[in-house]
Design a protein around this ligand. Structure first.
Ligand code: TK8
Length: 338
């Protein structure tokens, strides 16, 4: 009996020791260096948010988790960084959801032309269950989605002519993101759509390899596209999200506490980035004009014609993501605040 008691006691001690070790590992924070890459420069909304993310992570981990930020695509284009994350050669990044379509086709749902009507609507859908579902599709491909940040509503710039009606797209060599829906949308409009990584865009505009591009006001300003582009046409043709991702291989090796710190920081940075982006966008158009760009607002009638013309591209989205997901997004939009 006594011997049995001792054995039982020993076993209990041992098992609680094991529990203690596991528990400790779960809230352990180890010194780590996290490489966080992004495509825009340090003075952009993306750069400011990356900096905040790094600060938040340092604060919450007592400086143990150190984020090194790499802007201006110095670790590679969105596409190259995605591959580095999947292979475990880089820890984190923020980039366009549109370049992730080749990884998880569900992402194409955000490329639907004229999908969202307001930022509020976008926040509601992206941060809700269907946004999470699309993000979760990345996991089996080796990426963990942490938060959607705002890139914003996209507008058109070019050097050929102001685009006032659909016919004005004719013959314009337009850089688009490397993504089938964007290629399709602008082919439908009559443009000559040329897919190129963002990291090559300024030079392509400067050397006139392409005539134009489309991006939110913030990017037109921070990337100084006004130096190499004459006309800006306000179309708001699609809302572009950015997404913060982590390498799953790396993420799975983190303790629960480390994961929580990083996840929380990605969301804190998201909220402040959206505010910052919107405030900047409100001032941007005036600044762009000051820099000498000629700005025109496309009329509601012409926007309606573009919407009609873009329908085959919407079908491409449905074929890519499947009708159930497409409908789920539509249903979330219905419920969203205007
Ligand atoms: C930056 C890109 C950019 C996107 C594009 O790396 O490629 O035009 O809008 O923000 O992700």
């Amino acid at each position: 009996m006594k011997r049995f008691l001792i054995a039982a006691l020993a076993a209990t001690t041992l098992s609680s020791a094991i529990t203690a070790v596991t528990a400790q590992a779960a809230d352990d924070i180890r010194p780590r260096m996290i490489r966080f890459g992004y495509g825009l420069n340090e003075d952009s909304n993306q750069g400011r948010a990356a900096k905040l993310l790094a600060e938040e992570i340092a604060k919450a981990s007592d400086g143990k988790l150190k984020v090194r930020t790499f802007g201006s695509a110095s670790l590679g284009s969105d596409d190259q960084m995605q591959n580095a994350l999947m292979g475990g050669a880089q820890e984190m990044m923020v980039g366009s959801t549109a370049t992730l379509v080749g990884v998880a086709e569900e992402m194409a749902v955000w490329d639907t032309p004229f999908l969202f009507e307001s930022e509020k609507q976008a926040d509601y859908v992206l941060d809700g269950p269907v946004g999470q579902k699309v993000m979760d599709a990345l996991e089996e491909k080796g990426l963990v989605g942490l938060a959607y940040w705002e890139n914003g509503f996209r507008n058109l710039t070019n050097n050929v002519r102001p685009v006032e009606k659909m016919e004005d797209f004719e013959g314009i060599k337009l850089r688009v993101m490397p993504n089938p829906v964007f290629i399709d949308t602008f082919k439908q409009m009559g443009a000559n759509a040329v897919p190129l990584p963002f990291s090559e865009l300024f030079t392509a505009l400067e050397t006139k390899a392409v005539d134009g591009q489309e991006n939110p006001y913030n990017t037109i300003l921070s990337s100084k596209f006004y130096e190499v582009q004459k006309y800006l046409s306000v179309t708001n043709h699609v809302y572009s999200p950015w997404i913060v991702t982590a390498s799953k291989r790396w993420w799975d090796g983190l303790s629960k506490t480390e994961q929580d710190i990083i996840m929380t920081a990605a969301k804190t940075a998201r909220d402040s980035e959206r505010e910052d982006t919107r405030a900047e966008a409100r001032e941007a158009l005036a600044k762009i004009k000051e820099q000498g760009m000629e700005v025109n607002k496309v009329s509601p009638e012409e926007i309606q014609r573009m919407r009609e013309q873009a329908k085959p591209a919407i079908q491409t989205v449905i074929d890519t993501v499947g009708e159930p997901l497409f409908n789920e997004v539509q249903a979330a939009i219905e419920k969203a605040p205007k």
